[in-house]
Design a protein around this ligand. Structure first.
Ligand code: GDP
Ligand code: MG
Length: 882
């Protein structure tokens, strides 16, 4: 029968795995091997995926994937399956501690010439690598190179007992095959960087699966020390392990550690130095016995490889022979430069065929099976399982949290708590940051003489940077929650609950949280995709997140809905949000069809046991995110605000053009309040997040009122401007004229970013862009509003307030209507365009950073703008027909 048919609570024994090679391999790495017991533990609220327990781990599988695993009830399996063979190992060389040795071809590649030791941390996800890294490189003088959890590494350097240790925290993997990007990354790191020593962190209470990766390190003959991490959990479970004996059998020293509190880490580092100096007695190179059939095939293959003198020296001959027999593509690539590579591959293919006929299974599966056999054999003699059910607690919590009926409401509640904290609690410190920047602006105004420089500092830099810096508290609070959810293990449960729905979109359960976060702000949302291991799912999630309408777009929607669709505001808002979600779904599906045919990794996901998060790790996580954000503010955002300011400020209007200037100065005074208003708008938005329905609209109504207040200010300004146009009539030389000229210049200099006068570059841009937007019923003024939304969507409402305010006392809503620029049709098109149009510079730069590619950022700009245009055009056309 199929594993997917197993009912809740039932246990069966695995008899066969089907599916393609990559799938099988991945499933085996997770512990699904022939002869292993598996229990169906829990159905997700939507019946897919299902939680299974195998080798003491909770692992999620989708139903269609579970259908690829054939199982039998325990009784029947006993009859059918022969007892699992216990594989052994053979020591190849007793004293191979780093010197060149003909027997096992261990070549010392790096000579011990200085006191720098390059150490790489490898191990399963959640085995405590990062905790270890953080504790050891605590006084880190240098930590950098952090390009994402999934396909990047983090390095730190520190001094220890006279050595400089360069520690690299590699992504977590279940093996060092090359099926997932993380595995490939780890493998290339080992091949290309050739670290001196490997620290392999394994979960002490779950050795069977964790040691699988260790067997691969044995094959690679890398100088390794195993950190038996979470030793506290092992002790708590009542289990016993003779780790010295186990280490001796595997030829690898083993050190118990508790990475969380640093226990055992000194001993671990001492062993690293011992290994480096060649003074460790435990280390030796062993050959795992893969059984007669495989070994028979390996002999002639190895002999052939031995003859070559261009074999990459990083790994031993036997490793290459094994990989060729497995048909491993990465090995073929790495051997690509060898003269005889083609012949070897042919030989290996034939050998693999022979294995297939003799064993009835392919070589790769047989080799994996033998690795587990070797581990079993070793553990048989050294490990006594505990009698206490270590997972009892986890199971109890899961029964509630991942319950079919309660799981979903609990999840929604957690989300609600998270978002309301982000936006409500965040509003307070946000207010302080706002005040700080207002104060900075005031100080700058006071001390810098009026002119271009003052304007640049006050209206360009301070206001531009300030409008983004106000999000820092939200980012911190958000990451407090994300960090807690990840470290406690709840994040995996959230993915479990949402997977079915997300799978329909061609995405992963873990894509849900970033997309939801997108309704707040796209920047942290895109950063949150780091928890998605599958690279294609992660990329797609990043690319669709901008369609989730962020809070900055809300005020525009409220303004236009009120002006052109009175009485239908909630309907318009809901429709827009749904349209965004629809665009995201269509895009995700399209990308799946066109670019990423299928998810390269199966869903199989581990459900780690619940653990208490530590304060230290949480704070570190929050700080890392915050520092990244601040760095971005200091670079991309600073530069772009300066650019926008420049475009709006220059070229300066000629004094002679006083007619134009008078018109212009009408706007300028309101523009000088522009910044403050933009900040106010933000804080209002933030308040909005906590509210829903009518409350939200009422709040946004306030924003509209604010814009109305602007028109008041404009009125006053225009009176002032009229007096300046009298300037020419004044006799020169009179004190009056000089005084006036001064204020005149000051007024001209007050023109801020988005300078709406037709002289500025940005206005020219508005005119240039107009033809493209004309089919949507939009003119040059609305084009400027769209252009100014590029640095931040927050700027649209204030820009419109300036563009459309008239001398009359009427509200901006009325002004908008009276301007004749918009009809309900074109207003709808404008809204759709704003919704789908490419997000903002911060988001784009985050996309570029997170995907490590400018290409995808560019794609996002072009694709989203194209979608926005087409959708707005359709809306305009359809609107015309109604
Ligand atoms: P990584 O995925 O391998 O980098 O693992 P992390 O360092 O992120 O650790 C995963 C979880 O295990 C975190 O919640 C840690 O707090 C916890 N953890 C790490 N080391 C230990 C340990 O020695 N004992 C216990 N009980 N928990 C640990
Ligand atoms: Mg980690």
């Amino acid at each position: 029968m199929k594993l997917s048919e197993l009912k809740n609570g039932e246990t069966a024994v695995i008899v066969r795995l089907s599916g393609h090679g990559g799938f099988r391999k991945r499933i085996m790495e997770m512990g699904f091997i022939r002869g292993e017991k598996v229990t169906s533990v829990l159905d997700s609220p939507m019946h897919d995926p299902v939680k299974y327990n195998v080798m003491g781990y909770d692992v999620l599988l989708r139903r269609n994937e579970a259908a690829m695993i054939e199982v039998l009830p325990e009784e029947e399996a006993k009859k059918e399956l022969p007892p699992a063979p216990i594989y052994t190992s053979r020591t190849v060389c007793d004293s191979c501690s780093g010197e060149s040795c003909s027997n096992c071809m261990f070549k010392k590649i790096k000579t011990k010439r200085n006191n720098v030791i390059n150490v790489a941390l490898v191990g399963n996800p959640n085995s405590g690598k990062t905790s270890m890294f953080n504790t050891m490189a605590n006084e880190n003088e240098h930590v950098g190179n952090y390009s994402g959890v999934t396909v990047g590494a983090k390095t730190g350097s520190f001094n220890y007992k006279g050595y400089r240790i360069n520690l690299t925290d590699l992504p977590g993997t279940y093996s060092i095959a090359a099926y997932s990007p993380e595995e490939l990354y780890v493998r290339r790191h080992l091949f290309e960087q050739m670290p001196d020593i490997i620290i392999n962190s394994v979960v002490a209470s779950n050795l069977e699966r964790n040691l699988y990766l260790t067997t691969e390190l044995i094959d690679m003959n890398l100088r390794t020390v195993v950190a038996l991490n979470m030793y506290d959990e092992l002790l708590a479970s009542g289990a016993e392990i003779d780790y010295e004996h186990l280490g001796a059998m595997m030829g690898i020293p083993m050190i118990p550690t508790i990475a969380r509190n640093g226990k055992g880490l000194d001993k671990l580092l001492d062993t690293v130095i011992e290994l480096f100096e060649g003074k460790n007695n435990t280390i030796r190179h062993i050959h795992i016995n893969y059984g007669n059939i495989i070994e028979e095939q390996l002999v002639p293959l190895s002999a052939e490889l031995h003859k070559a003198d261009d074999l990459p020296p990083q790994f031993p001959v036997r490793y290459w022979a094994l990989k060729l027999l497995e048909g491993d593509k990465e090995a073929t690539r790495q051997l690509g430069n060898c003269m005889e590579e083609a012949r070897w591959t042919r030989m290996a293919k034939d050998a693999a065929k022979r294995v297939q006929t003799q064993m009835g299974t392919d070589a790769e599966t047989a080799i994996s099976g033998a690795k587990y056999g070797f581990i079993n054999g070793a553990l048989h003699e050294t490990f006594k399982p505990g009698n206490k059910d270590a997972q009892k607690q986890t199971r109890r919590i899961d029964r509630l949290v991942a319950n079919r009926w309660l799981g979903f409401p609990i999840f929604l509640f957690v989300m609600w708590v998270m978002f309301s904290s982000v936006f409500m609690l965040g509003a307070y410190p946000q207010g302080w940051i706002e005040s700080l920047f207002t104060w900075l602006g005031d100080v700058a105004t006071k001390f810098i003489p009026a002119g271009a420089i003052q304007d640049l500092v006050v209206n360009g830099i301070v206001s531009g940077v300030g409008s983004v810096a106000v999000f820092i508290p939200q980012i911190l609070i958000l990451y407090l929650f994300i960090s807690l959810m990840e470290d406690s293990g709840y994040m995996a449960r959230a993915a479990f609950i949402m997977d079915k729905l997300m799978h329909k979109m061609g995405l992963h359960g873990k894509s849900f949280i970033p997309m939801l976060m997108g309704f707040g702000c796209n920047v942290p949302a895109i950063m949150a995709t780091r928890t998605i291991e599958s690279r294609s799912s992660r990329l797609i999630t990043i690319l669709v997140t901008p369609f989730m309408s962020c809070s900055a777009r809300l005020p525009v929607m409220v303004l236009f809905a009120g002006a052109f669709f009175p009485g239908y505001e909630p309907l318009v808002l809901t429709a827009l949000y749904l349209l965004g979600i629809f665009a995201a779904i269509v895009t995700a599906r399209l990308l799946r069809i066109v670019k990423f045919k299928k998810d390269e990794t199966p869903f199989v996901m581990e459900l780690p046991p619940y653990r208490w998060p530590t304060l230290q790790a949480t704070i570190r996580h929050m700080w890392e995110k915050c520092a990244q954000y601040i760095k971005k503010i200091g670079t991309v955002i600073l530069l772009s605000t300066i650019a926008i300011w420049f475009l709006g400020y220059y070229p300066r209007p000629e004094q002679a053009e006083s007619g134009k200037l008078a018109q212009m100065s009408e706007m300028q005074s309101s523009l000088s309040h522009f910044t403050a208003n933009a900040a106010e708008v933000q804080s209002h938005e933030v308040g909005l997040k906590g509210k829903t329905g009518n409350g939200m609209i009422a709040e946004s109504g306030k924003l509209v009122q604010m814009s109305e207040m602007q028109s008041e200010k404009v009125k006053a300004a225009s009176e002032r401007a009229q007096s300046t146009s009298l300037l020419d009539a004044m006799p020169s030389g009179s004190g009056l004229r000089e005084a006036k000229t001064e204020s005149f210049e000051q007024v001209a200099d007050e023109v801020t970013i988005n300078g709406i006068n037709e002289n500025s570059f940005i206005a020219m841009l508005g005119h240039t862009v107009e033809p493209v937007l004309r089919p949507l019923g939009l003119n040059w003024r609305s084009s400027i509003a769209l252009i100014t939304s590029i640095p931040a969507k927050e700027l649209v409402v204030s820009t419109l307030g300036v563009l459309y305010s008239s001398d009359s006392d009427e509200s901006i809503t009325v002004d908008l209507k009276k301007s004749g620029d918009f009809t309900p049709r074109s207003a709808a098109a404008f809204l759709v365009f704003i919704l789908l149009f490419f997000p903002c510079i911060a988001t784009i730069s985050t996309i570029a950073h997170e995907t490590s590619s400018k290409k995808w950022a560019l794609f996002s700009i072009i694709y989203n703008t194209a979608v926005a245009w087409v959708a707005a055009f359709l809306v305009y056309i359809i609107g015309g027909m109604i």
